[in-house]
Each structure stands twice: as structure tokens, then as C-alpha cells.
Write a protein that binds this ligand. Structure first.
Ligand code: MN
Length: 130
């Protein structure tokens, strides 16, 4: 089965780049343009992984991650925040909001897949979250 990745991102260029990189590796990439749309999509068809921009319209990435974690069916889906290099506090806030990890922007096409793939490894029951 093709792993499905939901990418919540308002910026077209970032989405096109990530979609290009991950589609070339065989992943199915689905887009939401804001947090509300992302939560609705995740609830309708839970993905294997969520990539989450932090600066989003309607509700920011932290609020989005927090709400995603309140839905029982979504509680164990890895959420990886895409944080700005300049915003050092983003990473701690992203983890506190329920994100599993983070990847720094700008996206590096040469290393992005390697950065994402560890989060797609299934967590066995009883294992602590990464
Ligand atoms: Mn953004």
C-alpha cells in the first residue's frame, strides 16, 4: 500500500516542492491549505503521516497539532512540523503542541526524504513515542 502523507501548507511553492520530492519516491501526497481543512481531511481519511506548516491561516500549526491530538483516531499518527530556521522557539512549541518531531525549513531536496522516512516507521504497541 502506498503510504499517504497529508501536508498542511498554505504556501504553493513549498507544497509543490515537497509534493515533487515525495511523489517521485512513490508516496501519495494530499494537501490541505489551512489547519481546519487539514483536520477535516485527516478525520475523513487518516494518513500515515502529517507534515505541518506552522504559519497557517485560520489556525496556526500549534493549534492544529493540539486539535489533531484530541481525536482518538488521530492520536498516534506522526505529525512532523516544518519550522522556520529563524524561529528557534518553534521547535519546542511544536513538540509541546503534540508534534512528533520537526524538520527545519528551508526544505533541502537532497535530504528531505531521509528526514521524513524515519517518522513513517510503524511504532509497535508499548513503544514510547519518538
Ligand atoms: Mn505558511
Amino acid at each position: 500500500m502506498t503510504p499517504k502523507i497529508l501536508y498542511i501548507e498554505d504556501n504553493d511553492l513549498n507544497f509543490y516542492l515537497v509534493n515533487f520530492i515525495l511523489s517521485a519516491k512513490g508516496y501519495e501526497v494530499v494537501r490541505a491549505r489551512d489547519g481546519r481543512e487539514g483536520i477535516d481531511l485527516a478525520r475523513t481519511a487518516p494518513p500515515h503521516l502529517i507534515l505541518l506548516d506552522i504559519q497557517l491561516p485560520v489556525m496556526d500549526g500549534y493549534a492544529t497539532a493540539s486539535e489533531l491530538r484530541t481525536h482518538p483516531g488521530l492520536a498516534s499518527i506522526p505529525i512532523v512540523a516544518l519550522t522556520s530556521y529563524a524561529m528557534a522557539g518553534d521547535r519546542e512549541k511544536a513538540i509541546a503542541a503534540g508534534c512528533t518531531g520537526y524538520i527545519e525549513k528551508p526544505i533541502n531536496p537532497k535530504t528531505f526524504t531521509e528526514q521524513v522516512e524515519p517518522y513513517l516507521v510503524p511504532v509497535t504497541p508499548g513503544e514510547t513515542s519518538r
